[in-house]
Write a protein that binds this ligand. Structure first.
Ligand SMILES: [Zn+2]
Length: 384
């Protein structure tokens, strides 16, 4: 069993430890077991601590049967010898952030448990996300109230204590637990907010969480998944959001309070302009269509940057008056996209020839095919 120094003191950033074993697992990585450690392993949905052992980077920490294994990145040579004493150092910023996020989860879970009796049935804490799942729904309004209540507890500076109560003490406690537990049970208490069985490092006072922001909530397996950020992560997120607000404010030349209305207005304007462009393209293609010989059996027309729906409509118009192939080729950045229709001929036949001779890509039915080709206008005319 590895002695878990983080269990007694979550604030211990360095330690000396004796190497129990150190084994090579690939070209550069070794797995080391120490007699004691400050590194919290990947456990309970939380990613492991980072830091160094003997000056070398720790890239993973796992626990199995109470033995904690540290994966160390090396230059390829055996870094540690069994029996040797090594210095360990945590990436404290990373660990403290995890302590803040994790404690934030306890505060929210404690409030949710008190309000609704829901259990926290899932928790994920990595460098990019903090989510927790509850087995029941919570309204948007309630989430706002929960967020405010959580921050009030944070500002009040409630003490957080951990310990291993006796069986009698445990029986008298109404504590949250994610699973059936065996052996000594570690209880984490946030005064008058939450009591929970948990093995991870937490801050010692709610004030240290700094700030808690709920970012998102989605329906999940009949319950709800809530995403939060605490401490500096919440600050960085706020800064990013504010910078985006400032940018949109500058782009729209409107004060920040009005950017949503400004974007809505622009969206409406764009919709109107698209409608106008559509009408103009329709007029233009109709004018071009008028130049086609009314007695021609086949029709071949070239156009540019025209909406596919307009082209399809015009091809259908042509097929009513011209019995042969009616084709419109529309120039775009890559070449041409085209629609060919016919009321008497099989369009798949001309499609096959276009594929063979001009390398076109197309498909459809006998009455109409649609496709694209990179050939020149001359080559297409010659083909027809
Ligand atoms: Zn915890």
């Amino acid at each position: 069993m590895t002695v878990k120094l983080y269990d007694k003191d979550a604030y211990q950033r360095t330690c000396e430890a004796k190497v129990v074993s150190c084994e090579k697992i690939n070209e550069t990585d070794y797995q080391a077991v120490l007699d004691q450690t400050i590194f919290f392993p990947e456990e309970g949905g939380q990613t492991p601590d980072k830091g160094t052992i003997g000056g070398l980077e720790v890239i993973d920490v796992q626990i199995k049967d109470e033995v904690i294994t540290h994966t160390i990145k090396t230059a390829g040579e055996a870094p540690l010898q069994a029996g040797q004493t090594v210095s360990c150092e945590l990436d404290w910023e990373h660990r403290f952030s995890n302590m803040q996020q994790h404690t934030g989860e306890h505060i929210i879970s404690g409030i949710v448990y008190k309000r609704y009796g829901y259990d926290n049935v899932g928790f994920h804490l990595s460098d990019s996300i903090v989510t927790m799942d509850y087995n029941g729904p919570i309204s948007g309004e309630d989430l706002i109230a929960i967020e405010e209540e959580a921050n009030r507890y944070i500002f009040e500076g409630r003490p957080i204590t951990t310990g291993y109560p006796s069986k009698e003490e445990l029986d008298a406690l109404n504590y949250r637990s994610k699973k059936e537990l065996s052996g000594p049970i570690r209880i984490v208490q946030i005064k008058d907010v939450d009591i929970c069985a948990c093995c991870a490092p937490h801050v010692k006072n709610t004030t240290e969480v700094g700030l808690l922001k709920i970012l998102d909530a989605t329906a999940y397996k009949g319950g709800i998944r809530i995403s939060i950020l605490c401490g500096m992560r919440a600050l960085y997120h706020y800064r990013d959001c504010l910078n985006r607000c400032i940018s949109i404010s500058q782009l729209t030349s409107r004060p920040q309070e009005e950017i949503v209305a400004a974007v809505e207005q622009q969206k409406e304007n764009i919709g109107g302009l698209q409608q106008q462009i559509f009408s103009l393209q329709q007029c233009l293609l109709k004018k071009e269509a008028e130049s086609v010989d009314a007695n021609a059996e086949n029709v071949l027309l070239f156009t540019e940057n025209t909406d596919t729906n307009i082209i399809r409509y015009q091809v259908n118009e042509f097929t009513a008056f011209h019995p042969g192939y009616c084709a419109i080729f529309n120039k775009n950045e890559a070449g041409y996209n085209f629609i060919i229709g016919s009321r008497e001929k099989n369009c798949n036949e001309i499609g096959k020839l276009l594929q063979e001779r001009l390398g076109a890509k197309c498909g459809g039915k006998a009455l109409m095919i649609q496709g694209s080709v990179t050939a020149s206008e001359e080559a297409i005319k010659e083909f027809f």
